[in-house]
Design a binder for this molecule. Structure first.
Ligand SMILES: Cc1cc2nc3c(=O)[nH]c(=O)nc-3n(C[C@H](O)[C@H](O)[C@H](O)COP(=O)(O)OP(=O)(O)OC[C@H]3O[C@@H](n4cnc5c(N)ncnc54)[C@H](O)[C@@H]3O)c2cc1C
Length: 388
């Protein structure tokens, strides 16, 4: 430690999902992660995890920095080298790919990703306590105290709430939250395909929702069908062969015949805005701080950038600043605001635009796709943004 660096702080993180663990791995401070769920099994099962994430270039560079990327099994990650987006008129489309065949994103399983980050966090000295439930928390600029269900007290200089979209910490801190339920439910499943995806991710903006096909290694792919109204129930009730045919036809049989290769999971979709994410002694990161529609596959990417930025802000604090000082936490809040607001605005507007009924709205959105497709500067911009 040099003469002007601040002393190592004690930090308690509530929530050991990918984002909370990533913060623990990135932080140079003494971190304890209190996770409500059970301990991770000794090994991940062979079948692909039903939850997969599209990880951006910015996320990959962060995961490299914290030593998590190299711990992920390379043969379970698929690189996305091209993105194809289709309108709902059968002819409007937009496709883009970065120059030189560089990947736009990487598709990874949630369980293997979290395991890699957890190992990196432990390696860097973090303590992880699974199966921990909390009774209450109290925070101030001078520090925070979390009272566990067994009555023991975990004291810290700062408490970080990383406990997901339904954040208990957010409620305990009295932080206001504006949540809007989308009319879609995400239906998620994996398929084996007659032809491999070859690194192409596809997305259809349909009148009944938004369908994404994400490449997995080999002949597999994962779908997220953000299905409007009763469609989610209808899809979930189909037998495996009928669902495979339905998904194949919705995607114009782009990969030939499909065979269901997983259970079918459903996730409610919400926009969650949290105007203030900090109070003296505590701050929120990840889905606890913001919820976005998954149509751009950016939720966990935003959370990783929260983790990275907060760890940096704490690492750069002056010796006179305490980790729980509101001024420091507000600097972090401001630094993240534009990124989060922009993603929420874009995904929310797209969801709205493609949900509008009427031929005029349909013509406008399809013309928009075609216009972007014919403008090479716009496609370069899209590719550059997707890779951030
Ligand atoms: C269908 C779908 C597809 C998606 N696809 C993508 C994608 O392609 N790319 C992308 O970037 N994002 C995607 N997302 C978003 C992504 O899933 C989330 O942004 C991400 O999981 C948030 O991580 P987190 O660690 O903040 O929260 P979570 O993953 O929710 O983790 C929270 C953790 O806190 C623990 N916890 C909760 N309450 C307590 C408590 N009281 N005490 C202690 N621990 C507690 C939980 O057990 C959990 O481990 C998708 C989301 C959906 C619904």
């Amino acid at each position: 430690m040099n003469a002007t660096a601040a002393a190592r702080a004690r930090i308690v993180v509530v929530g050991g999902g990918a984002v909370g663990l990533a913060f623990a791995a990135a932080s140079g401070d003494e971190v304890r992660v209190l996770e409500g769920g059970p301990a991770r099994p000794a090994a991940d099962p062979d079948p692909y995890d039903i939850r997969v994430f599209a990880l951006s270039e910015g996320t990959r560079s962060f995961l490299r920095e914290i030593g998590a990327w190299r711990r992920m099994p390379a043969d379970r990650i698929a690189a996305v080298t091209r993105m194809e987006i289709f309108g709902d008129d059968g002819r409007s489309r937009l496709d883009f790919a970065p120059p030189g065949g560089r990947p736009l994103a990487w598709i990874a399983e949630a369980n293997r990703l979290s395991r890699a980050i957890e190992e990196a966090a432990r390696d860097r000295g973090a303590t992880i306590s699974p199966g921990t439930r909390l009774r209450s928390i109290a925070c101030g600029a001078g520090g925070a105290e979390a009272v566990l269900e067994d009555g023991t007290v975990a004291g810290a200089d700062l408490l970080v709430g990383a406990d997901g979209a339904d954040s208990w910490v957010r409620g305990e801190l009295g932080l206001a939250c504006d949540a809007k339920r989308y009319p879609e439910t995400a239906v998620v499943a994996h398929f084996r395909c007659e032809r491999p995806s070859s690194g192409v991710a596809r997305q259809w903006f349909r009148r009944d929702g938004i369908l994404a096909w994400l490449p997995l290694p080999g002949d597999r792919m994962s779908i997220v069908w953000s299905a409007r109204g009763a469609l989610a129930d209808e899809l979930a009730a189909l037998d495996p062969e009928a669902l495979a045919r339905r998904v194949r036809d919705a995607g114009g049989a782009a990969l030939g015949d499909l065979a269901l290769d997983s259970a079918v999971a459903r996730f409610p979709l919400r926009l969650i805005r949290v105007p203030r994410i900090a109070v003296p002694g505590a701050v929120l990161i990840g889905d606890a701080a913001h919820g976005v529609h998954p149509l751009a596959g950016q939720g966990v990417n935003l959370g990783f950038q929260d983790a990275r930025n907060l760890a940096r802000a704490l690492g750069a604090r002056s010796p006179l600043e305490r980790p729980g000082d509101l001024g420091l936490l507000r600097r972090h809040e401001r630094a993240r605001r534009a990124d989060v607001d922009a993603m929420q605005l874009v995904t929310d507007r797209l969801e709205w635009l493609f949900g509008l009924d009427g031929s005029l709205a349909g013509a406008a959105r399809n013309a928009g796709l075609r216009a972007v497709d014919s403008a090479s500067w716009a496609k370069r911009l899209l590719a550059a943004h997707a890779m951030r």
